[in-house]
Design a protein around this ligand. Structure first.
Ligand code: XLS
Ligand code: NI
Ligand code: NI
Length: 435
């Protein structure tokens, strides 16, 4: 059965095209900085938003009726949804998908029933993957929807819940490995707390580290070669999420000996919720050599929650792509559209428009960023700001050979430093001219 019979394969038609179901900028074979656009981005469809989310919100029911829903039997329902997923990705030329365990199929009544269902689904997926060339960017476990996780999963105060969560992660890892998943994600879900009055934070964080070690050790012992990502988010659903932002997560990983195996998956809307920009979070991860993957979306400047809208801000994405190109790209990951169409976007076509827009935006941002690095004054200007460290005493300081007394003597004889403008407005104009 065809789920999107009115949609043909989406092709690159160039900026002049007036066909809404075409790419204007995303030409997958176009080469930028030594790689094709498809290789740079490894675009992924987020199974949960695109195939599972019918538009329900806390005030009302779903608004979309999916032709793949309504099956009585869980596995038949999962297979229909998966067929739709592969038709969708193939038509868009999206090479990867990301999933939570129970996006693929409804959770069973016990771990073993869930395992059976997941096995049936990975068999079905393997055949579809072989036929289409679509791959798994990352898998993960949904450790936040079921009521048993209301007080957290790995950080739950009840050991029985911690053990149950670990059992679920084992199955999610098994499913990811069966599908040759390139990576595996840990997003905090409800790992955090609502009130410190009833919370032993230190103990919960120790448990989180032990849990991550156990999961990583299991997967490595099974031969998993991919990267584990951890996805920072400051709040929602918990008031205080332990994985607040990139800097917090990097500190936690280093403190607990997890920094060799885990890298970061940076989500735009999580960055802005934590009071940072997306590009700041990417840069913090890149500084630590841990920029693994991206969850692409955008927030709303007036709303303080994870609205997960499809990205459309060219200036923001261009700045982000500058970070990406300067740091050498994503380490193992790709660009996963962790984004949902609005509740009143009820046509199946809207899912295509949303992804086309996001893919074109990233392509445009990367091309602009590359142009900035190659043909504009940006790099030279930025380099020149630091030129006093390139030789002489500045270079000695960078080598760590100047003591505080030596710096005192140098400063005393040099007098008041000259002011040098940061020229932010000029930098911003240079970026604008590249768009
Ligand atoms: C929620 C997160 C989630 C993760 C995967 O805010 O972004 O979707 O990416 O569990
Ligand atoms: Ni995400
Ligand atoms: Ni999110």
């Amino acid at each position: 059965m065809m789920y999107f019979p009115n949609i043909d394969h989406i092709s690159f038609e160039g900026p002049e095209s007036d066909n809404p179901l075409a790419f204007r900028f995303y030409d997958r074979n176009h080469s930028v900085a030594g790689k094709t656009l498809a290789e740079h981005f490894k675009f992924a469809c987020a199974y949960w938003h695109t195939l599972c989310n019918a538009g329900g919100d806390p005030f009302g029911a779903g608004t979309r009726t999916f032709p793949w829903s309504g099956h009585q039997d869980a596995v038949s329902g999962g297979k229909a949804k998966m067929d739709a997923a592969f038709e969708f990705m193939s038509k868009l030329g999206i090479d990867y998908f990301c999933f939570h365990d129970y996006d693929l199929v409804d959770e069973g009544g016990s771990l073993s029933e869930s395992e059976e269902r997941l096995m049936a689904m990975t068999d079905h997926a393997t055949a579809l993957m072989e036929g289409s060339g679509v791959k798994v960017l990352w898998g993960t476990a949904n450790l936040f929807s079921h009521p048993r996780y209301m007080n957290g999963a790995a950080t739950n105060p009840d050991f029985q819940v911690v053990a149950r969560a670990a059992g679920q992660v084992k199955l999610a890892l098994d499913a990811t490995m069966r599908l040759d998943g390139e990576n595996y994600v840990f997003w905090g879900g409800r790992e955090g707390y609502m009130s410190l009055l009833n919370t032993d934070m230190k103990r919960e964080l120790d448990h989180l580290a032990l849990f991550l070690h156990a999961a990583k050790d299991y997967a490595r012992a099974q031969g998993f070669k991919g990267t584990f990502f951890i996805e920072p988010k400051p709040c929602e659903p918990s008031k205080h999420q332990y994985d607040y932002d990139a800097a917090t997560v990097i500190g936690f990983l280093q403190e607990n000996g997890l920094d060799k195996d885990l890298k970061l998956n940076i989500e735009v809307n999580h960055a802005t919720l934590s009071g940072h920009t997306f590009q700041h979070e990417l840069q913090v991860a890149a500084n630590a050599g841990m920029l693994g993957s991206i969850d692409a979306n955008r927030g709303d400047n007036q709303n303080g929650w994870d609205t997960d809208q499809f990205p459309n801000n060219l200036y923001e994405i261009t700045e982000a792509m500058l970070v990406l190109l300067r740091s050498g790209g994503l380490m193992g990951g790709g660009v996963n559209f962790d984004a949902k169409v609005r509740r009143n976007s009820t046509d199946l076509d809207d899912l295509f428009h949303a992804h086309i827009g996001g893919m074109d935006l990233f392509a445009r941002g990367l091309i602009a960023a590359d142009k900035l690095l190659q043909d504009s004054a940006l790099e030279t200007m930025r380099g020149a700001r630091y030129e006093s460290f390139d030789s002489g005493n500045g270079a000695s300081f960078e080598q760590g050979t100047l003591s505080l007394e030596a710096l005192f003597d140098l400063a005393s004889s040099a007098g008041e430093p000259e002011r040098r403008s940061g020229q932010q407005e000029l930098y911003e104009n240079i970026v604008n001219r590249s768009l």
